[in-house]
Design a protein around this ligand. Structure first.
Ligand code: IMP
Ligand code: MG
Length: 369
């Protein structure tokens, strides 16, 4: 994902895919034009990268020139098209192929046709790398179209958003939902995960989703998913991932305006991590980071035994049970650490110190996301 000015864009069409399409267009046009030596006319600014790649791939003799028109302001096509640089050569009797980066409403194309009305060219063909059929308001024939795309704003490969993004070799698409900070929070028992989750959700205005709580609430409120989950638990079976995911999806859905989520107690497996990625991708979002509190085993044991003296939790009273819980934690989370490390999203944070010190360390990680 990238940020240009105040908006976020997600990867949409790769450099390789673009190159394949450009090569296909060059070949098709060369075949159609036979022995004619065409004049390719790029529409500046947006088409400079397309024209450059296109003519390099064009297998026959050709001429190249540019005209410069401007219509877009920010994210919107405007009514009045300015001619900034016009035609500078006589094109009488020539085969002219317009090379456009993108044809959107078609207003720019209308201006192109106006420019050529009195030029007495032999033929005028229109080639565009990208086309948004849903936005196209004109009926001029488009002779060559590289890729049809949905009616969403794109940047990269010559196309800009208020001056930025032209230099990118691939295409990015505007994200329609706002940017979210989504954190998978991990910590061994006794690391202070619950305390930190509470601070972080306040500080960053995030929704804390604890899988344990979600389960208990669904079962208590006898929701359809809660009853389904309970039916597995009553048989002593594991609740299938899909049921858990559906419960989480419902929580995410309830908070469509959220600035982001803290996932606590989920994912636990590779499959769950992938399912969570898919769930967030549907929201045009992604996991920003897995943040794991790191605390030495001996300190954890001491803390939990201390807590056991007052909490009354039987699993906090027995040292061998405590050590086993810690061991289980590392066994279960190793695979997730690998999963998020592979995406450069794993952040280990020293969990020894005062609550404020640890919150500070976590904030440093989150502020950089
Ligand atoms: P039209 O006149 O509405 O067809 O728009 C054509 C011009 O608007 C293109 O040459 C681009 O400069 C610009 N444009 C249209 N859609 C986009 C987009 O999604 N991203 C960036 N520029 C665009
Ligand atoms: Mg353009």
């Amino acid at each position: 994902m990238i940020k240009l000015h105040d908006l976020y864009f997600k990867p949409f069409i790769s450099e390789q895919e673009i190159q394949i399409v450009v090569a296909r267009m060059a070949e098709e046009i060369a075949n159609d034009l036979g022995d004619k030596i065409p004049v390719f006319i790029g529409i500046l600014n947006g088409s400079f990268m397309f024209v450059s790649d296109f003519v390099k791939k064009y297998p026959k003799t050709c001429e190249v020139t540019f005209i410069k028109l401007a219509s877009y302001e920010g994210l919107k096509s405007t009514e009045d098209i300015q001619r900034l640089i016009g035609l500078t050569q006589d094109l009488t009797g020539r085969t002219v192929v317009i090379l456009e980066d993108i044809i959107d409403s078609g207003k720019t194309l209308e201006e192109v046709h106006r420019i050529f009305r009195n030029e007495n060219v032999k033929e005028l063909k229109i080639a565009t790398l990208f086309h948004k059929p849903e936005a196209y308001k004109k009926d001029f024939k488009l002779h060559y179209v590289g890729i049809e795309i949905p009616n969403k704003f794109i940047v990269g490969y010559g196309l800009d958003f208020d001056g930025l993004g032209r230099d990118l070799p691939e295409i990015y698409q505007l994200k329609t939902t706002q940017h979210m900070t989504n954190i998978v929070l991990f910590g061994p028992p006794g690391a202070g995960k619950g305390t930190q989750a509470n601070y972080l959700k306040e500080k960053y205005n995030l929704i804390h989703i604890s899988t344990g709580d979600v389960f208990r609430n669904n079962i208590k409120n006898e929701t359809a998913l809660g009853m389904l989950a309970k039916s597995y638990m009553d048989k002593g079976e594991l609740v299938p991932d899909q049921v858990t995911i559906d419960m989480l999806a419902a929580e995410v859905e309830k908070n469509t305006d959220a600035k982001g989520f803290i996932f606590d107690g989920f994912p636990r497996t590779d499959a769950q991590a992938k399912a969570l990625d898919e769930l967030l991708a549907e929201k045009d979002s992604e996991i920003s980071a897995m943040v794991a509190l790191e605390v030495d085993d001996e300190i954890l044991v001491k803390r939990l035994l201390e807590r056991g003296k007052t909490s009354g939790r039987p699993d906090d009273a027995d040292e061998s049970i405590i050590r086993n819980r810690i061991k289980e934690y590392y066994k279960k989370t190793a695979v997730l650490k690998d999963y998020y490390s592979a995406q450069d999203k794993y952040f280990g944070v020293d969990g020894v110190g005062s609550i404020e010190e640890i919150t500070d360390r976590l904030s440093k990680v989150i502020d950089k996301l």
